[in-house]
Design a protein around this ligand. Structure first.
Ligand SMILES: Cc1ncc(C[n+]2csc(CCOP(=O)(O)OP(=O)(O)O)c2C)c(N)n1
Ligand SMILES: [Mg+2]
Length: 324
């Protein structure tokens, strides 16, 4: 029999995946209403990765996120109210409305920042790993990136240094098959296994839509890295169900392709396992979904009713104190 996770943990993470999914669904509505400045990149379809890897970290571990990072933040312990407030540019948001969707950061949550620069997070994770090593802690840093980042110089420099200095960093490759309109087979030579071998970094490649597969692979990765053995590469294969940004006309791929992946989605798969194992009944799954929907609605109302940042706050939190 294949290894199975604890039923309580499965229900908890199933719920978390709904939090991530319904948060993103709420953003679609807010975006269509013109309430979100700039653009927004949705994490729909990739929930098992945040729930399987990031939710397993300790409170004092770190993540470094991407432009598609809402799910990472929610899995690390971010709360819906300040998340949505931040995305709406409100003063009650995680960055007092100055970060928005693509630049959410919170030291309390352990999120060193989402990043609008493709591959921009990887060098930051090396700095974070080096800091943990120099301070003698056993904190782990997880940095997420997708296929578009695999061929950037930053990525290679970061992997090289992390391997050379045996830094406690998990490189989390969320292979969602697309970088804007380019399918990964048209952009990446060699595959990640070969690249990991080149840097002598151990790698596991798992089905990123299978929550338990991700969870157990992450457990191994976290143990390895926390014990001081050096970095680890975790490749999770998944699919970007939505467009690159919300509103992307998606002319570069077929509806059949998207529909086929939708059927392999992580939430319906975990739900099926929960029902088959008698952990939850279908009606209980719908109750969880409805409960989370209410929580998201409450957070949307909170965000919408929150104040805009006052004009006087424009120069606050921009510079550190001299000498700090
Ligand atoms: C260095 C850099 N190059 C290009 C861009 C423009 N850009 C933003 S997102 C993106 C695609 C990223 O694809 P991927 O890394 O696969 O992430 P995903 O959108 O799949 O999460 C590009 C090219 C950028 N932000 N930064
Ligand atoms: Mg991608």
């Amino acid at each position: 029999m294949t290894k199975q996770a604890d039923p309580k943990l499965l229900v908890d993470r199933y719920r978390l995946m709904w939090v991530i999914r319904l948060h993103e669904e709420a953003l679609k509505v807010l975006f269509t209403q013109g309430k979100i400045g700039g653009t927004t990149h949705l994490y729909i379809g990739q929930e098992a990765i945040a729930a399987g890897v990031i939710a397993q970290l300790r409170e004092d571990d770190y993540i470094v996120s991407t432009h598609r990072g809402h799910g990472h933040m929610l899995a690390k312990g971010g709360e819906l109210r300040p998340m949505l407030a931040e995305i709406l540019g409100k003063f009650t948001g995680y960055c007092k409305g100055k970060g928005g969707s693509m630049h959410i950061a919170s030291l309390e949550v352990g999120n060193l920042g989402a990043n609008g620069i493709v591959s921009g997070g990887l060098p930051i994770s090396v700095g974070s790993g080096l800091s943990a090593k120099m301070r003698g802690t056993d904190q782990v840093t997880v940095v997420s990136f997708s296929d578009g980042a695999t061929n950037e110089g930053n990525t290679h420099e970061a992997m090289n240094l992390a391997a050379l200095w045996k830094l406690p960093v998990i490189f989390l490759f969320e292979n969602n098959h697309y970088a804007v309109s380019t399918e990964v087979s048209r952009s990446m030579a060699g595959g990640m296994k070969n690249r990991a071998a080149a840097y002598h970094i151990p790698i596991q490649q798992v089905d990123g839509n299978d929550f338990e597969a991700v969870h157990f692979a992450a457990e191994e990765a976290i143990d390895y890295v926390r014990s001081g053995s050096g970095p680890y590469l975790l490749e999770c294969e998944t699919y970007r169900i939505e467009g690159h940004y919300y509103g992307d006309p998606m002319v570069y791929r077929s509806k059949e392709e998207v529909d086929a992946w939708r059927k392999k989605g992580p939430i319906c798969r975990l739900e099926q396992a929960l029902v088959e194992r008698g952990i939850l009944r279908e009606a209980e799954c719908r109750e969880i979904e409805a409960e989370v929907r209410k929580e998201v609605e409450d957070a949307v109302a909170y965000a919408e009713n929150s104040p805009e940042p006052p004009i006087e706050s424009i120069f606050e939190d921009v510079f550190t104190e001299e000498g700090a």
